[in-house]
Design a protein around this ligand. Structure first.
Ligand code: PEP
Ligand code: MG
Length: 876
């Protein structure tokens, strides 16, 4: 059986995309819907793959098929290909399965030569048009199929226009165009060392080869790599009989969307040019008219076009992006496809289409890419200004948003700037907990080191602050207060702008546009909540974050990191006193001073959250993070503590750990110093009792113990906490229900989950640490080498950004299964950064977690991802 590599439009349909490419499948679909489409045929993507198997050569059998389709077209149109009387001409276009910039675009008027141009002039009675078409063909063919620089032809055209003292191509007459044709042929001969091909089949051969070769040009390859498109898909070639928009004033061409791709407004959007061919609209040589004006120019054509767009939209059940040509007042459609759109447009179109009864709520939910909501939640830069802005560097898009401010290199300087009303961007090599106040005061955060779960990234996402992290091309010289990069030097006080959604850093200030969260957004998110099953909570450390998260629909707090509360100006000296205390009594004294602050923190959070659940995690980081590093700060602390510099420095050295992330942190601190967790537990319970008394809220505090790896470890710490809580109950003569659970963030804890669950009311998977410890990759440093893992296709994404479902995911599944086997009521969730990554959220839904918890600005994204997981299940 001979294989079939060519399909006429009549033989295809929209579901044959992988064989006919997107454009070919849709041209076939429109043809079969009786929409006016110029007759033609498609060479399949399989032919493209065979072309590469055959050492980039076209084979005879393919040409037999092509010729028979040309004959079929000739019969249907009653014209002959490249005829000397009434020639049939073709356009040749690429058409990949997934639309892909960078590939060969279009050759129009193929089949013209020195003889058929005369035929075209005769049959149309329009010599000027014929020679204009011929010169366009030579120009396009030379550029696209033979890679002769375009500028050679453009210069020639400009020269003649200059000689004639005219500015528009349309001012050239047929004699001028004949001269241009001769000149163009000469350029071709000079460049290629042969005459411009006169045989139309040769022309076609070159054009098809060029399309196939463009599949593998560097731009297309890079695009595929960036977008994860399979190299084996190949491209189709569409060969379609020409219709002419440049035949005079009753002809024209245009592009349009069935709705507005920027806003979603249900109104035709696009532009057209009379007496022009397709490339004139794109090239910007003449200014096109808005599509609405077609109503005045050609009311009947406009009406027909409008009704076709509606029909296509209903048929494809989505907004369409169309190309059309009008030839002597007759309309032809050259392309339709689902239109690319901004996030706001996508949302408005989806909501409108549900309300119009065109699609279901589930389909609407699946239409919106969860991460695209970022564009709606944060202010964004004014698109126009952005286009002209000067890029300084690009780092990781660590926390979305748009921020402009003056560069400062320390938290202190940002605080001072804020007190003077100056907007700042804090720029650090990398941030540490010490920088927290500066980070709060700054408009945005820029670091040269660190990955997506580095301190800067996690804290920024928590606060909803804009952050670009790991901009490794620049060096931040904190001492000399300067950013250095290739040809770049930015000094303290200079203005810069950060785009946390793309990772770009720009010079100067760029205006911002604010988000709107009412109307269609609110309606859409209501459907999201109707459909999703997975709970979505937030990671929030302050009432302000908690409030923001509630606005975004969080169902509770899944993680409050208490350490961030220790860094404010009033508290840090007390925290340091606690750490430097060499007796339990002294430590207790310091803790007694800290407790009212903590109680107030928790009180405010409980008040903010009302009936919603709040999980508070007890102290987690190693203590040395709270101590100063700079000499003068150590001296100051020594003075405050009535100690010598050496005494303080000795303690700091003693606390130093080679590997602090695997060191004395989490519940290990409480095994050594139980009084720290006892203080926090007392503060939590006291705050809860107070809010319960003052309000009618039924508060059930959830106390979470970090970094547990063993049941006895958990029990030891938990027993101390319970003892303290019972004391509070006794002292106050009050009681309330509470829960004690644990983070699961050590691989051993996953394996021992059945035992650990006997002591835990809930598990919350800390997938930041769990990933770090499963891979043995430092979450703060892995960014330095993970790019090579990506390049070499070892890991396609950083496991700190997208949960490693096979490895880390397996540990989580084991932990859920074992945990529930011994404690069927065990509540399970996740609070690592993955809780806000759509693909990871979908995984959490599938493996039966009760909830995910993520930073406030990711809450709507996680809600949508959870709804998509449920919708996919339903539509399966
Ligand atoms: C985690 O490890 O995933 C987690 C949530 O805790 P942290 O990031 O504070 O270590
Ligand atoms: Mg952790």
């Amino acid at each position: 059986m001979t294989e079939k590599y060519v399909y006429s439009f009549k033989e295809g349909n929209k579901d044959m995309r992988s064989l006919l490419g997107g454009k070919g499948a849709n041209l076939a679909e429109m043809t079969n819907m009786d929409i006016p489409v110029p007759t033609g045929f498609t060479i399949t993507t399989e032919a493209c793959n065979k072309f590469y198997q055959e050492d980039e050569k076209l084979w005879d059998g393919l040409f037999e098929e092509i010729k028979s389709h040309i004959e079929e077209t000739e019969k249907e149109l009653n014209k002959k290909f490249s005829d000397e009387e009434n020639p049939l001409l073709f356009s040749v276009r690429s058409g990949a399965v997934i639309s892909m910039p960078g590939m060969m675009d279009t050759i129009l008027n193929l089949g013209l030569n020195d003889k058929s141009v005369i035929g075209l002039a005769k049959s149309t009675n329009n010599e000027r048009f014929a020679y204009d078409s011929y010169r366009r063909f030579i120009q396009m063919f030379s550029d696209v199929a033979r890679e002769i620089p375009k500028v050679l032809f453009e210069n020639e055209l400009d020269k003649i226009k200059e000689e004639k003292n005219v500015t528009d191509d349309t001012d050239l007459d047929s004699e001028d165009l004949k001269k241009i044709v001769e000149k163009f042929k000469k350029i071709y001969k000079e460049e290629m060392g042969e005459d411009f091909p006169q045989d139309p089949i040769d022309q076609l051969r070159y054009a098809i080869e060029a399309v196939f070769r463009s599949w593998n040009n560097p731009r297309a390859k890079i695009y595929r790599q960036l977008n994860g498109i399979d190299d084996k898909l190949g491209t189709a070639v569409n060969i379609q009989s020409m219709v002419f928009g440049n035949m005079g004033n009753t002809s024209g061409t245009g592009v349009a969307f069935s709705r507005n791709p920027a806003t979603g407004e249900n109104k035709l959007f696009g532009e057209f040019l009379m007496n022009a061919q397709g490339e004139d609209v794109v090239a910007g040589i003449r200014t096109p008219q808005p599509i609405s004006q077609l109503q005045d120019v050609m009311p009947e054509v406009y009406k027909q076009f409008h009704s076709i767009t509606k029909r296509l939209e209903e048929h494809y059940r989505d907004m369409q992006d169309l190309e059309f040509t009008i030839e002597n007042s007759k309309l032809y459609l050259l392309q339709t496809r689902n239109g690319k759109r901004t996030a706001i447009s996508a949302l408005n179109v989806a909501v409108d289409q549900v309300n119009e009864g065109l699609i279901s709520k589930e389909e609407a939910i699946l239409r919106i890419e969860p991460n695209s909501l970022n564009q709606l939640l944060h202010p964004t830069f004014d698109q126009k200004e952005l286009e002209n802005a000067e890029v300084i560097t690009k780092g990781l898009a660590a926390s979305p948003g748009a921020a402009s401010g003056h560069v400062y290199f320390s938290a202190e300087d940002c605080k001072t700037a804020a007190s003077k009303g100056i907007k700042s961007i804090i720029v650090r090599q990398e941030t540490s907990p010490e920088d927290i106040e500066g980070m709060i005061k700054a408009e945005g955060i820029l670091t040269a080191r660190g990955g997506m779960t580095s301190h800067a990234a996690v804290v920024a996402r928590g606060m909803g602050a804009c952050c670009v992290a790991g901009a490794s091309e620049i060096r931040v010289d904190e001492e000399n207060k300067v950013i250095r990069g290739k040809n770049i030097e930015i000094k303290e006080g200079d203005l810069i702008s950060l785009d946390g959604s793309t990772g770009y850093v720009y010079k100067g200030e760029i205006s911002k546009v604010s988000p709107e969260l009412t109307g269609n957004f609110a309606q859409f998110m209501q459907w999201v909540d109707e459909i999703k099953r997975l709970g979505v909570k937030t990671n929030a450390d302050t009432p302000k974050d908690a409030h923001q998260a509630k606005e975004f629909g969080a169902e509770g707090i899944g993680l409050t990191r208490t350490e961030h509360m220790f860094f404010n100006e009033e508290r840090i000296p007390i925290v340091r006193q606690m750490i430097l205390s060499n007796t339990t009594e002294r430590r207790q004294k310091a803790l007694d001073k800290l407790r009212p602050f903590q109680e107030e923190d928790f009180y405010n959070i409980y008040k903010e959250m009302g009936d919603l659940s709040v999980t508070i995690r007890l102290l987690d980081p190693p203590l040395h993070e709270f101590l100063p590093k700079e000499k003068h700060d150590i001296e100051e602390l020594a003075k405050e503590m009535d100690l010598t510099y050496d005494e303080v420095n000795d303690i700091i050295l003693e606390l130093h750990e080679v590997n602090p992330m695997l060191g004395h942190r989490g519940c290990r601190l409480a095994v050594t110093y139980p009084e720290i967790y006892r203080m926090q537990a007392r503060a939590i319970i006291s705050a809860a009792l107070k809010v319960k008394e003052e309000t009618s809220h039924e508060i059930v505090p959830q106390i979470m113990i970090p970094l547990v790896g063993e049941k006895r470890e958990l029990k030891y710490v938990k027993d101390q906490i319970i003892e303290e809580i019972n004391q509070v109950f006794e002292e106050t003569n009050q009681k309330l229900e509470y829960q004690i659970g644990t983070m699961i963030e050590i691989p051993r804890a996953c394996l021992m989950a059945d035992e650990i669950a006997e002591e835990a009311d809930f598990f919350s998977f800390g997938t930041n640490d769990l990933t770090q410890m499963s891979f043995g990759f430092s979450r703060d440093d892995a960014g330095k080498f993970l790019s090579e893992y990506k390049e070499n296709k070892i890991y396609s994404r950083s496991p700190f950004e997208r949960l490693d479902q096979e490895g880390v995911g397996q540990l989580i599944k084991i932990a859920i299964e074992r945990g529930k086997s011994s404690n069927p009521d065990l509540h399970v969730g996740i609070c690592g950064e993955h809780g806000g990554d759509p693909e990871s959220v979908e995984f959490c839904h599938r493996i039966g977690l009760d909830y995910v918890s993520c930073s406030p600005y990711r809450v709507p994204i996680a809600r949508l991802a959870a709804a998509q997981a449920a919708a996919r299940e339903k539509l399966k």
